[in-house]
Design a protein around this ligand. Structure first.
Ligand code: SR1
Ligand code: MG
Length: 404
């Protein structure tokens, strides 16, 4: 009988052949472990002769970036592969195609995306992706609005809520995004100079803590749509033609703003980072303009697409009878998107899991300044979130803050 074992570069080719008989005879195989995420092992297995390749992702029973001291249920890979299969159909292939999910090995064998790059890496090299806004807003509308009570039969939706219950991974977000960055927690990854700064500006700011607590409870209680659950720029593979959204292991029924906010926050952090990293003034200006346009348009095109599709998909008998409800519903997503944007920015600065956009700033003083600016700007997004009702509001906050 098959039993779980941890894969490594020497075992993964035999494993793929056993499961899928994927490669031709006498291949010239190359295997690499390419995972740079916080949780899993990810291998690329490639036959140099035929060019055929696959990705094998295996969940480990502990948090990879911390070690065996932090055990984690490997069942999360089941949720991930189920969601990928569902979203593959919902989005016409904007996620990798799953070839096989193995319930014993907790592996997903899936389409290789070697002609794509991780969006965070692309943006850090100042690349632009003109089709991104249209593609990601399609993805968001299809995966989120279509899995909500707006479009689904309420009992079917509740069955999904049950199927995608994901308590352990939600707990990670509750702790790492909505709690620990807001006090001097042991797991925080915080530079010494940030401690006093956080005490003065965040940890003792009672009104801020109140707003963050409200946002945390929205995350825990608002089973609005089937989220990706970790939709930052490191979860998007991209090229000039397409996007492929990866890694939905944090999926569960939660507030739509959690996905949109994670995305906006990571674009904002890239903007702040570009301002100090890019030494070519012309390129800097161009890239920062591109980021502002992208942030604004993601929000505005998202709203437009929701409003456009709404009459065709709305099923709830009260929402159908109440034309103003659509605007109220989307306004609420905008407001909470701004709130999540702020929480994500703070946690990526002082919480356990950081981002390259900030940690990769080479000059120490620039890095310190951007960390502080990032936290202060994040506060603006949280405290002024009720005013953030258009894409312009999101970028005015950013521009106003960074130019003052
Ligand atoms: C322990 S997991 C840390 C972070 O990595 C994942 O990508 C999520 O963003 C999580 O919060
Ligand atoms: Mg991830």
């Amino acid at each position: 009988m098959k039993e779980f074992y941890q894969l490594d570069v020497n075992k993964v080719y035999d494993y793929v052949q056993q499961e899928l008989n994927f490669f031709d005879e006498n291949p010239d195989i190359e295997c690499n472990e390419i995972g740079d995420g916080n949780l899993n092992l990810v291998f690329r297995v490639k036959d140099r002769k035929s060019g055929k390749s696959v990705i094998v992702k295996q969940s480990l029973p502990y948090v990879r970036c911390v070690g065996e001291d932090w055990p984690l249920n490997i069942d999360r890979s089941k949720i991930e592969s189920k969601l990928l299969e569902m979203e593959y159909k919902l989005t016409d292939g904007s996620v990798p195609e799953v070839y096989k999910f193995d319930e014993v090995m907790y592996t997903t064998i899936m389409e290789d995306l070697s002609d794509y790059v991780i969006m965070r890496t692309g943006l850090l090299s100042y690349n632009q992706y003109p089709k991104f806004v249209d593609q990601i807003t399609d993805f968001i509308v299809k995966t989120l609005l279509l899995t909500s009570d707006i479009a689904m039969d309420h009992k079917d939706k509740k069955a999904y809520v049950k199927e995608f219950i994901n308590p352990q991974l939600c707990e990670i977000t509750e702790d790492l995004v909505y709690s620990e960055p807001f006090f001097d927690a042991k797991r925080n990854n915080i530079a010494d100079y940030m401690k006093t700064f956080m005490e003065e500006n965040v940890w003792n700011d009672k009104s801020l803590l109140m707003e963050v607590t409200k946002l945390k409870f929205d995350f825990m209680n608002n089973a609005q749509a089937l989220l990706h659950g970790d939709l930052h720029t490191g979860s998007i593979f991209i090229n000039q033609q397409n996007i492929k959204v990866i890694d939905p292991e944090f999926a569960f029924y939660g507030p739509i703003a959690y996905d949109t906010g994670a995305l906006i926050a990571n674009l904002v952090m890239n903007y702040l980072s570009t301002n100090v990293r890019c030494k070519d003034e012309k390129l800097k200006k161009k890239h920062m303009r591109y980021l502002l346009d992208t942030i604004r348009d993601v929000m505005d095109v998202f709203r437009d697409k929701c409003m456009k599709i709404w009459p065709d998909i709305v099923r709830d008998n009260m929402a159908c009878r109440t034309p103003d409800f659509a605007k109220w519903y989307i306004d609420d997503i905008f407001v909470n998107t701004a709130g999540v944007t702020g929480c994500e920015m703070i946690r990526r600065t002082v919480g356990l899991a950081h981002v390259q956009d900030i940690d990769g700033i080479e000059d120490e003083r620039d890095r310190e300044n951007i960390r502080k600016l990032n936290v202060l700007l994040a506060k603006e997004y949280i405290m002024n979130r009720h005013k953030m009702l258009t894409g312009k509001d999101f970028i005015d906050c950013l521009v106003g803050f960074t130019s003052s």
